[in-house]
Design a protein around this ligand. Structure first.
Ligand code: PLP
Length: 380
């Protein structure tokens, strides 16, 4: 079996498991406890925070550990928007993850916010001029994902952040899918808040982090004992934080070489799939895209059926984001990119992590061709 659904989740890496193991067993303390067991946990948590901060190029005090990417997005959007007295207007895009879209929707329904969705082109990119035109004097927050989870398009975040800052508006970016593939230095990106999730980079599910710049005001969503500087109460997931820091270290190691190799393997794979299935097309931007994602539409098929055929041939992939799986709706991302609904339903996404070799990836293209031909011959 070859697992090509890394954008949904990835296995915990051995080094990460080894780093977190002591904090699930002997060093099990509560960081708030005033005894040696608790103090040891507090030190591990502080080291993990420093590790994640060094990955993101920020101060340790600017990192809030969360239960994952969804919570980080919720805290950034609801927390920053509700604490910002400028007004009640959000700027975002229609291709964000549900964690962002639903948080914005909550602000609209429950707090009288309005929202402007910046349109995206067929390649998934938003134009800086459209973004600038959406900003208003009462805009409290802009949120634009760094890389899209379905089509892999990478946005020009530094340029957008500079535009937002011209108007004094903070910019949040969801970097959950970019993590492990793109450098995430928050100063180079120029962002005020950035979300990451552990399970996309070899840490377990259920841990993530939110960077928030300096003293940016934020309204907590989870109230209680005041942990995480009052921004996120609840006894800290020490082992999870240690795991995230260990995975972050691995994500930063040898990044340029990894990206170069993955980009070459991806381009070979894309060319081979397009040769196997001449009427298929790659979705997303041709070059401004993640090295580990390639998503296609296969006209005349049904994405879910192609997935099943692929699985019978030992290839595990996805018809879009796992979070939308189970729903019969066509991908909101492809619809926003302008794909007609019937074509959007033919999408299949392949995504991989560093453990997949170029040779393994190359071997998948003929299976894709076989699967699509099998579906076409059934007239599905
Ligand atoms: N944002 C993006 C872009 C994602 O792809 C995902 C997960 O697929 C999330 C947020 C949610 O992260 P988590 O699964 O850690 O809640």
């Amino acid at each position: 079996m070859i697992y090509l659904d890394a954008a949904a989740t990835s296995p915990v890496r051995r080094e990460v498991l080894e780093a977190m193991w002591p904090y699930l067993t002997g060093e099990f303390g509560n960081p708030s406890s005033h005894h040696a067991v608790g103090e040891s946990a507090a030190r591990a948590l502080a080291d993990a925070r420093a590790g994640v901060a060094s990955w993101l190029g920020c101060r340790a005090s600017e990192i809030t550990f969360t239960s994952g990417g969804t919570e980080a997005d919720n805290l950034a959007i609801k927390g920053i928007a509700l604490a910002n007295p400028r007004g009640r207007h959000i700027v975002t895009t229609p291709i964000e993850h549900e964690a962002v879209l639903e948080s914005v929707d909550y602000l609209v329904r429950m707090h009288g916010f309005s929202v402007t969705f910046v349109p995206v082109g067929r390649d998934g990119l938003i134009a800086a001029s459209d973004f600038a035109a959406a900003l208003r004097p009462d805009t409290t927050l802009a949120s634009v994902m760094l890389a899209n989870n379905e089509v892999g398009t990478v946005q020009p975040i530094a340029e957008l952040a500079a535009l937002a800052h011209e108007h004094g508006i903070p910019l949040h970016t969801d970097a959950v899918q970019a993590a492990g593939w793109l450098p995430l230095d928050v100063h180079t990106l120029g962002v005020d808040a950035l979300s990451v999730s552990g399970h996309k980079i070899g840490a377990p599910k259920g841990v993530g982090a939110l960077y928030m710049r300096g003293r940016i005001p934020v309204e907590p969503l989870i109230h209680g004992g005041g942990q995480e500087r009052g921004r996120r109460s609840g006894t800290e997931n020490v082992a999870g934080a240690v795991a995230l820091a260990a995975a972050a270290r691995l994500a930063a190691e040898g990044l340029p070489e990894r990206v170069e190799a993955a980009t070459a393997a991806r381009d070979t794979f894309v060319a081979a799939v397009l040769q196997e299935v001449p009427d298929a097309s790659l979705t997303g931007h041709a070059t401004s895209r993640l090295p580990g994602t390639a998503s296609f539409v296969f006209p005349g098929t049904n994405g879910e059926s192609v997935l099943l055929e692929l699985e019978r041939r030992g290839v595990v992939s996805s018809s879009g984001s796992a979070c939308a799986a189970g729903s019969e709706d066509a991908s909101h991302v492809l619809l926003a990119l302008g794909y007609p609904e019937d074509l959007a339903r033919t999408a299949v996404r392949f995504s991989w992590g560093p453990e997949v070799t170029p040779a393994q990836l190359a071997a998948v293209a003929p299976a894709v061709g076989d699967a699509v031909r099998a579906i076409a011959s059934l007239g599905q």
